[in-house]
Design a protein around this ligand. Sequence first.
Ligand code: NAD
Length: 255
Amino acid sequence: MPSRLDKKVVIISGAAMGQGEAHARLLAEAGASVVLGDIDTARGQKVADEIILAGGSAHFAKLDVSSAADWENIVAEAIRVFGKVTGLVNNAGITSAGSVLDCSDETWHRVISVNQTGVFYGMKTVAPAIIDAGGGAIVNTSSTLGFFASPAAYAYQATKGAVRTMTKSAALSLGVQGVRVNSVFPGLVDTPFIDHHRNNSALDNSISRTPLGRIAQPQEISQAVLFLLSDDASYVNGAEIVVDGGMTSGSLGSL
Ligand code: NAD
């Protein structure tokens, strides 16, 4: 029986650890050739080497998502090594502390450049290669903070809301060219991203509001990404898959 991602070549940003690493491992297991991009070259190369040792097909290229030149380079590398590109996971992201009053100019511009401009460059640079390959799919990573607010992480929330509407717009303009564009909305995920919350009450508060009573493992987000990249999702375009254990479905308390 063919694997679900046979013949797919997928670029994954932020693939050196956390969800990106989990995506790379699962997509490779499902038969894709994966091209891992990250600013952390040592860890990214190690993950790619481990995937190859496990029998998968992988390649690492240094990628700072806020650099248009790095995006041009990783697309060229993917085509040089695997001959084409059929998919992209815009996963890399950084968080920010602070409310609207506490958000410094430096934080604002840094978070926008990675989380929002990075997704723009990714789609703009990779989509033409996917069109050349005859079509494919893009998955963008938003967050539950992309559609509901907290008082903190102001810059982060701005970017994740933007990713939501950028995805919808691209689903319209790229969909007519055979590129499906969808987004995933993780709740809290057990990665280094949330390490700053491990010793405070924010994590416990979130868990207490989550019907499933725990945070996600990164592989649980990867399963949604795998579906969206596969031909099983051949009519799914412009969709938003929330993977948050039900946290944002409503209040757990009675009326
Ligand atoms: P993580 O911090 O564990 O990993 C992020 C990866 O991105 C790292 O490998 C890092 O080196 C890389 N990276 C950072 N800046 C980069 C840049 N400029 N260019 C390329 N790579 C860069 O985070 P994670 O939990 O795996 O998060 C992945 C995505 O999921 C992010 O977009 C994040 O906003 C989103 N998200 C995370 C959570 C969570 O609770 N962990 C929840 C909702 C959404």
